[in-house]
Ligand binder design. Structure first.
Ligand code: HEM
Ligand code: HEM
Length: 199
């Protein structure tokens, strides 16, 4: 076995996922008329949505501040570097991949950008209700567009994480922390090579 994710990385993933699911469920109740009618307590749902957002944001900051920041910094550096092998991989060619493959890097970059945009658009939705000078026409549309985009990403992410036979072993990494070395070598050859050389 080979260590893939430490406690901090797993905590960050699951805190983010839990908050996301809570906000998605409550957001959809606010958004879809069919659901709003079944759960007729709009104000309560809205408060749960906002409370989840607050708890989620605080929990993310706590994980980053109290956790292994060096490891998170290394992850981020890897994620924001798209090299020649990544570009070949994205064009559908075979190319050795690092700790995250090019698709995962894009997923992480888009997920982070969306999280920031959710915070900004959600904050203005909240503020706009209280002070009409901050009520902008497109804010709700941005928030809805982000929801649709995230659900699209999530469907692909869950398919690869729990259903697709060749990739679902990754689930072990994000829950228990380690994965089989032969699996890692097949999917993330450059990472295993670097670990072996002690980098
Ligand atoms: C910091 C994060 C967030 C904040 C502060 C926030 C805040 C808000 C606010 C104030 C509303 C307006 C409720 C209303 O007046 O009807 C809203 C609606 C909504 N939110 Fe969020 N939200 C956040 C994150 C999210 C996330 C992560 C999702 C989905 C995954 C989401 C999905 C929705 C949806 C679908 C609606 C209904 C939009 C509509 O009725 O037009 N929100 N949010
Ligand atoms: C039950 C739900 C979920 C499961 C089973 C799951 C599973 C996984 C797994 C197995 C990995 C590690 C892949 C690897 O070995 O590198 C991962 C990474 C990741 N997950 Fe999730 N995840 C879930 C929910 C979410 C949600 C809701 C989000 C964001 C809204 C998310 C965003 C990410 C990101 C950005 C990564 C790192 C990049 C990548 O691997 O694509 N996950 N997840």
């Amino acid at each position: 076995m080979i260590r893939r994710f430490g406690i901090t990385e797993r905590a960050l993933h699951w805190v983010h996922a839990t908050g996301f699911f809570a906000m998605l469920a409550t957001g959809l109740v606010l958004y879809l008329p069919a659901l709003s009618e079944i759960v007729a307590r709009r104000n309560l749902v809205k408060n749960v949505h906002l409370f989840s957002a607050l708890v989620w944001a605080i929990a993310i900051v706590l994980v980053v501040v109290l956790g292994d920041r060096r490891r998170l910094r290394d992850d981020w550096r890897e994620i924001e570097t798209i090299d020649g092998d990544d570009r070949r991989w994205l064009r559908g060619r075979k190319a050795p991949q690092g700790r995250f493959n090019a698709g995962q890097k894009l997923n992480a970059l888009v997920t982070s950008a969306f999280a920031l945009l959710f915070v900004v658009s959600g904050f203005f939705l909240w503020l706009g209700e209280r002070d009409h000078r901050f009520l902008f026409d497109g804010t709700g549309t941005v928030h809805e567009f982000l929801t649709l985009g995230s659900v699209g990403l999530l469907v692909g992410h869950l398919y690869l994480a729990v259903i697709h036979p060749s990739t679902r072993h990754a689930l072990r990494g994000i829950t228990v922390g380690d994965v089989r070395e032969d699996w890692a070598r097949e999917h993330h050859a450059k990472w295993v090579e670097a670990e072996r050389r002690g980098l």
